[in-house]
Ligand binder design. Structure first.
Ligand SMILES: Cc1cc2nc3c(=O)[nH]c(=O)nc-3n(C[C@H](O)[C@H](O)[C@H](O)COP(=O)(O)OP(=O)(O)OC[C@H]3O[C@@H](n4cnc5c(N)ncnc54)[C@H](O)[C@@H]3O)c2cc1C
Length: 423
């Protein structure tokens, strides 16, 4: 049953909305109502992390944490200094859910099931006295003289709220309502995607992981540099594991690159030049020293069977030999000066033409939303409209893959909740 008035209406039953409502109620606020458009709140939590929900990441220092947010960045220092990853772990523990860290720093529920996270949030909301109404979408919000909002719902219902939290994620309805209340919007673009190659010279290596590599992304041509005003030579750079797929490149380094370069890639029509340093960033002198050492120590062995270093994938090495027209049956002792130069160039500076986006990774987020400058980041209250609060992905904040997107939801939701209880 939908009440005709509520002290606080939270539009959007996602992680940010739930955290805002629970935190407010637990800190003493009453009359909280979550309005969720679909029949299933917390849907993205349920499908996240391949059904396991990567709740947050073991990056405990707010100064380091902000480096994982292509949009948000340093502006999040304040919010994270009040509620960061350690607080998330403690919060879930206090609410009966233990989070477990994996080797790469991602934190998952001990059950390895996202339903545990959904159940924890729903139970906490119920116990704190938060009312949740599903299948009710907020369509419009008008301010009332003397404060508060008249809310119109899709399907004709209405109610009054003293304060309103917009936690509608990247859904256009929330952004439209915020705009009507005086907010601007940074246009949305996709983030966290893989990169497609055409032609794909490495197609036969699909499934190979190279770790670490250095990736550098540049515009497809100098003309684009001139149009979009980036300084010539300025590049997006990432270091980490790369997965070669049958369409191009995936893996953590690629996803991170796509996130930090999301806006540029959109502007370039998802065409770009990708430079791969398969050595992971060795300088030319170090690489030359390695070649010298293998030539001495493995002089009689064939190039195809002895790689310049052990962790360089065998299939990748054979591919590079072939691309440089060097016979894998040749002995290291017979490697010519020009052949060595070509191989070193291929290892440090292979170039590939990116011709589009590949499929999304496990996580998908949108860059863009309400500019952070329009929000008081201590309280998440709008600077444009008193009584309006904003939390989660509706803001122009997005993180790289690994639990950082949920972390921002927990942090911004918790801050909004504290402020709602205090005001
Ligand atoms: C497949 C997938 C996997 C992911 N995995 C991870 C992961 O493992 N770790 C991680 O950190 N991030 C992950 N993410 C990203 C993460 O899910 C989002 O960043 C996060 O859900 C954003 O939370 P939110 O509460 O801001 O918005 P949402 O989760 O989008 O919730 C918004 C809610 O508002 C509702 N709504 C929209 N408009 C209205 C309206 N007008 N009225 C009422 N209700 C409305 C929606 O139905 C929705 O339930 C994943 C995303 C996807 C798509």
């Amino acid at each position: 049953m939908l009440p005709s008035r509520a002290s606080v209406v939270v539009a959007g039953g996602g992680p940010a909305g739930y955290m805002a409502a629970i935190a407010a109620a637990e800190a003493g606020a009453t009359g909280l109502l979550i309005l969720e458009a679909t029949p299933e709140p917390l849907h993205k939590v349920r499908i996240s992390g391949g059904g396991r929900c990567n709740v947050t990441h073991a990056c405990w220092d707010p100064r380091a944490l902000v480096g994982h947010y292509p949009r948000g960045g340093q502006a999040l220092r304040g919010p994270f200094s009040r509620f960061a990853t350690g607080d998330t772990v403690a919060w879930f523990a206090e609410h009966g859910l233990e989070l477990v860290e994996e080797a790469d720093g991602r934190l998952f529920p001990r059950s390895n099931r996202s339903s545990s996270v959904v159940d924890t949030l729903r139970r906490a909301a119920r116990m704190a006295g938060v009312l949740s109404v599903e299948g009710q979408a907020l369509q419009a919000a008008e301010t009332l003289e003397g404060g508060g909002f008249r809310l119109r719902l899709r399907g004709g219902g209405q109610l009054h709220a003293d304060r309103l939290v917009l936690a509608t994620g990247s859904h256009p309805s929330g952004l439209r309502i915020a705009e009507a209340l005086g907010h601007g919007r940074v246009p949305p673009v996709p983030s966290l995607f893989t990169l497609a190659l055409e032609p794909h010279p490495l197609a036969s290596l699909a499934g190979v992981v190279a770790d670490p590599v250095v990736l550098e992304l540049e515009p497809p041509s100098a003309a684009v540099v001139a149009v979009e005003g980036r300084r010539r030579g300025e590049r997006h750079r990432q270091r980490g594991p790369l997965l070669i797929t049958h369409w191009g490149f995936s893996g953590p380094a690629t996803l991170r690159l796509s996130a930090f370069a999301a806006r540029d890639l959109r502007q370039w029509g998802y065409r770009a030049q990708l430079r791969i340093d398969w050595t992971g960033g060795l300088d030319p002198a170090e690489l030359e020293a390695r070649f010298r050492a293998v030539r001495l120590e493995q002089a009689r062995r064939q190039l195809g069977t002895a790689r310049p270093w052990a962790s360089l994938g065998r299939r990748l090495w054979l591919h590079l030999l072939e691309a440089c027209e060097v016979d894998g049956g040749q002995r290291w002792a017979d490697l010519g000066r020009n052949q060595q130069r070509d191989l070193m160039t291929a290892l440090r500076d292979s170039r590939y033409a990116i011709k589009g986006r590949g499929p999304f990774g496990e996580e998908f987020v949108t860059a863009g939303g309400i500019p952070l400058g329009e929000v008081n980041l201590a309280t998440m209250e709008s600077r444009r409209q008193e009584g309006l609060f904003l939390a989660g992905e509706i803001l122009d904040v997005d993180g790289v893959t690994g639990g950082f997107n949920f972390q921002h939801c927990w942090s911004s939701g918790w801050l909004a909740g504290q402020a709602l209880a205090g005001s």
